[in-house]
Design a protein around this ligand. Structure first.
Ligand code: MUC
Ligand code: MG
Length: 367
C-alpha cells in the first residue's frame, strides 16, 4: 500500500443557481479531484473545494501545493501510516482542503484494501443521515419558494438560513417568512459567515427569539474576541463555530474562550482523521456538532455522509448534505439521491466513489 503518486486534477462544473452568503458567492464548482495511487494499483479518490474567502486556497494553489509540496513529502509512505503522513503534511501550514482530500483518499485506499466501507471502518453507527438544506441570500419570497421546493421534492425538513446582510432586519424578515410559510415542525438555524457585528447579532437574535431557532453560526467574527464572547454568553441557542474552528487547536481555543458552544465539522477541511479528533473532543466535552457543508459536490458530500453516519454524536442533528443539488452536473457515474429527507452512505468497499471518465474529460481544466 505504498503511495506512488498523487494526482490533482482541476475541474469546473457550473451551478444552476449560485449560492450567496455574507463572505462570498459560488457560481461554479471549481474543485480539485485528488487521486492517490498505490504500488498495488489501488486508487483513493476525494475532492478539494477552494474557498478563498474562508481558507485562502484557490484551485491553482491547491494543485500547486499538492504537486510541489504535499505529494513529494508523502511518496513512499503507506496508507497505514497516516500519523506519519499527517506529520509531514503539517510541516506546511494552512491548505486545509488540499490536506483533507489526501487524508480521505488514503482512507478510501484502506477501505478498498480491506474490502470494507470507510463508514464502517470509521465507526459504522448507521447507514444514513437526515439532511439539512442551506438557503442562500435572495429576496425573502424566493428563499421561501426554494425551501418549499426542497421540502416537497426531497422531504427535507431542516434548513440553515444564510444571514449577515445589512440591515440585519432583512434577514430577520426572511427567517420569519420561512417560519410562517413552513410551519413549526421545520427545523431552522442561521449562519452569518461573520457578516454582522456582535451588537447587530444580539439584536437579531432578540428579534428572532420567537422563531424557535436550533442554532446560530458564526454571526460575527471570532477575531472580535470580547464582542463575540459577550454575544455567545447571551445566545439563547448553541452558537456554532465554523470557519473560526478549522483545526483541533482552534476548536479548543474557541470553546474554552467562550467564543462558541457548538462546532461545525467539515470533512472537506479536516478529512476523516482530524474530523474524528474534533468529534471526539466535542463528544467528550458534551458539545453539539453539526456536519457542515463546504459547498461540496457529490464526492465531498459522499465523504461527509460517510463520516457523519459513522458516529453517534454526529447523527444527533441533520447534516448539511444537499448543496450539490444546485450543480448542473457532477463527476460520479451514479448520482447521489436524497429521499425522504435522508441521504444514505454508499455501499461497497472504500468510499464507493466511481468517476465517470467522460464527465471528467468534459469538465477538467488541465487539458
Ligand atoms: C457555511 O457553513 O458557512 C460558506 C462559506 C464556507 O466556508 O462554507 C459555506 C457554508
Ligand atoms: Mg458556516
Amino acid at each position: 500500500m505504498k503511495i506512488v503518486r498523487v494526482e490533482a486534477i482541476p475541474f469546473a462544473i457550473p451551478y444552476a443557481k449560485p449560492l450567496r452568503f455574507a463572505s462570498g458567492e459560488v457560481h461554479t464548482a471549481d474543485h480539485v479531484l485528488v487521486r492517490v495511487y498505490t504500488d498495488e494499483g489501488l486508487v483513493g479518490t476525494a475532492e478539494a473545494p477552494p474557498r478563498p474567502y474562508t481558507y485562502g486556497e484557490t484551485q491553482e494553489s491547491i494543485v500547486a501545493v499538492i504537486d510541489k509540496i504535499l505529494a513529494p513529502q508523502i511518496l513512499g509512505l503507506t496508507a497505514l501510516e497516516r500519523e506519519a503522513v499527517h506529520a509531514r503534511l503539517d510541516r506546511t501550514v494552512g491548505n486545509p482542503t488540499a490536506k483533507a482530500a489526501i487524508d480521505m483518499a488514503l482512507w478510501d485506499i484502506l477501505g478498498q484494501a480491506a474490502g470494507m466501507p470507510v463508514s464502517g471502518l470509521l465507526g459504522g453507527y448507521t447507514d444514513r443521515m437526515r439532511v439539512s438544506h442551506m438557503v442562500g441570500f435572495a429576496p425573502a419570497d424566493e428563499m421561501v419558494t426554494e425551501a418549499e421546493r426542497i421540502r416537497d421534492t426531497y422531504g427535507i425538513t431542516t434548513f440553515k438560513v444564510k444571514v449577515g446582510r445589512r440591515p440585519y432586519t432583512e434577514d430577520v424578515a426572511a427567517c420569519r417568512a420561512l417560519r410562517e410559510a413552513l410551519g413549526d415542525d421545520i427545523e431552522l438555524y442561521i449562519d452569518g459567515n461573520r457578516g454582522w457585528s456582535a451588537a447587530e447579532s444580539a439584536r437579531a437574535l432578540r428579534e428572532m427569539a420567537d422563531l424557535g431557532l436550533l442554532f446560530a453560526e458564526e454571526l460575527c467574527p471570532a477575531d472580535d474576541v470580547l464582542g463575540r464572547r459577550w454575544l455567545v454568553a447571551q445566545s439563547p441557542v448553541p452558537f456554532i463555530a465554523d470557519e473560526s474552528a478549522t483545526r483541533t487547536g482552534e476548536v479548543t481555543r474557541e470553546l474554552l474562550g467562550g467564543s462558541a458552544t457548538a462546532i461545525s465539522i467539515k470533512t472537506a477541511r479536516t478529512g476523516f482523521t482530524a474530523s474524528q479528533r474534533v468529534l471526539h473532543e466535542c463528544e467528550g466535552l458534551g458539545v453539539e456538532v453539526v456536519m457542515g457543508n463546504q459547498i461540496d459536490g457529490q464526492i465531498g458530500t459522499l465523504c461527509s455522509v460517510a463520516f457523519g453516519a459513522a458516529h453517534r454524536w454526529s447523527t444527533r442533528h441533520a447534516g448539511e448534505l444537499s448543496n450539490f443539488l444546485d450543480m448542473t452536473d457532477d463527476l460520479l457515474t451514479e448520482p447521489l439521491r436524497i429521499k425522504d429527507g435522508t441521504l444514505r452512505v454508499r455501499e461497497g468497499a472504500g468510499l464507493g466513489i466511481a468517476i465517470d471518465p467522460e464527465k471528467l474529460d468534459r469538465y477538467r481544466k488541465d487539458r
